[in-house]
Design a protein around this ligand. Structure first.
Ligand SMILES: *[C@@H]1O[C@H](CO)[C@@H](O)[C@H](O)[C@H]1NC(C)=O
Ligand SMILES: *[C@@H]1O[C@H](CO)[C@@H](O)[C@H](O)[C@H]1NC(C)=O
Ligand SMILES: *[C@@H]1O[C@H](CO)[C@@H](O)[C@H](O)[C@H]1NC(C)=O
Length: 196
């Protein structure tokens, strides 16, 4: 009986762990799963410099940033903030807060290709209102993504932001344009099958 309960619990836990995918800009893909009280991410793509995700706020204002760099040995996650809208996306630790990003040590960066595979997690609510946004699951919230030209924290070379809902349940990729690209490839493929 105990075993049955244990196995049902295990099965329920496996089922509950849903991974959703969001196509960002510059070919980067963000996978995430919410197991309250935390959210886990996998960020993949290619760029030879800092890559950063922004949570909440409006544009740069009020943004809470998770920035990633390669220090020559490992992927380092920097919890940064512009929640006071001073346009200095400073380290949380310089603002009396703590770094609430947990980077999985299996995260990789390839310096010859610029390929990233970053796995990290953070609490949805870090309880640091002076530095961090609360990531509200099931609520539409701003999500930004930026890439930088090297590993010096300066102005980004590209920045995009969207309103996305991060959900604990299964969702389609909210980036319709990336879906369109996929479907047009599929259409092209079928047309080739018909005509070739
Ligand atoms: C991201 O999610 C998609 C869809 O579930 C999956 O095909 C892909 O392998 C995932 N990528 C990573 C790096 O986990
Ligand atoms: C979707 O993906 C494309 C291609 O990667 C990107 O240019 C665009 O900014 C993304 N976001 C939305 C909301 O379309
Ligand atoms: C944020 O990180 C600090 C330091 O690792 C930790 O003490 C604190 O509990 C974290 N906050 C939450 C809500 O997990």
């Amino acid at each position: 009986m105990k075993l049955i309960i244990l196995f049902s619990l295990l099965a329920a836990c496996t089922l509950a762990q849903v991974t959703n995918k969001i196509s960002l800009s510059n070919g980067f893909v963000l996978n995430y799963s919410i197991t309250s009280p935390k959210i886990s991410f996998t960020l993949t793509g290619s760029n030879k410099g800092y890559v950063a995700l922004g949570f909440g706020g409006r544009g740069m204002d009020g943004i809470d940033v998770a920035a990633f760099k390669w220090d020559g040995t490992q992927v380092v996650g920097e919890d940064r903030t512009n929640i006071d809208s001073q346009n200095v996306v400073d380290l949380d630790v310089n603002k009396g807060c703590v770094n609430n990003l947990t980077v999985d040590p299996t995260s990789t960066y390839d310096s010859s290709t610029g390929n990233w595979n970053i796995k990290f997690s953070r609490p949805l609510n870090t309880n640091e209102p002076n530095c961090d946004q609360i990531i509200q699951a099931e609520t539409s919230q701003n999500l930004a993504f930026a890439i930088f030209k090297d590993f010096t924290w300066k102005q980004h070379t590209s920045q995009n932001s969207w309103k996305f809902t991060l959900s604990a349940s299964a969702q389609n990729d909210p980036n319709v344009s990336s879906l369109l690209i996929q479907y047009s490839y599929l259409t092209l493929f079928f047309m080739l099958m018909i005509f070739v």
